[in-house]
Design a protein around this ligand. Structure first.
Ligand code: CUA
Length: 179
């Protein structure tokens, strides 16, 4: 039978099912059920649930907190734009903001130390995609998302915006150093 011509027997669903086809349907169904169970399993045992600690905020309330941390803990600046590199104390509150089209400031954190990372956007929705660790969080205007982080690997990490936010979206990249 060809797929170009209509089938001779129109009631295709009444045909007996081939054993191979039936086997594949059963395998696919079982796999669906396994994957479904794994969603629940990862939620309980996977240790990958994102923090749900969020607060309402505004740019006028969030910006001063970011700036206070920058004023207190800046250790140097980078690039021609003099972006501050901030090394806050372990166990402290750390702030990172997203806006058209950069992340501010650059953070320098210590491996094995814990920080409360506060994220918010000043204007539109932005993405926080930590590379190469591939941790993805949204940065939403009007909301302050607090994530408790304990970096377990040193290195230089990029923060990439992965929510399309306009003409400069592709060059919206931030940086986090882990010492
Ligand atoms: Cu910010 Cu895309």
């Amino acid at each position: 039978m060809s797929a170009i011509l209509p089938p001779a027997e129109r009631l295709w669903y009444k045909h007996p099912i081939d054993r191979v086809e039936g086997t594949w349907i059963v395998i696919a169904l079982l796999w669906c059920l396994i994957m479904f169970a794994m969603m629940v399993g990862w939620h309980i045992w996977g240790h990958q649930n994102l923090s749900t600690e969020t607060y309402r905020t505004t740019p006028d309330k969030f910006m001063p907190k970011v700036q206070a941390m920058v004023d207190k803990y800046t250790v140097r600046t980078e690039t021609d734009e003099k972006i501050p590199v901030v090394a806050p104390l372990p166990d402290s509150d750390v702030y990172l903001l997203a806006r058209l089209w950069n992340f501010y400031p650059i953070l320098e954190l210590e491996k094995g130390k814990t920080y409360r990372l506060h994220l918010s956007a000043m204007d539109y929705n932005h993405g926080f995609s930590l590379q190469p660790a591939n941790i993805n969080i949204q940065m939403v205007p009007g909301f302050e998302h607090v994530v408790t982080v304990t970096p377990n690997q040193s290195g230089t990490y990029s923060v990439v915006c992965n929510e399309y936010c306009g003409i400069g979206h592709h060059k919206m990249v931030g940086r986090i150093y882990i010492k």
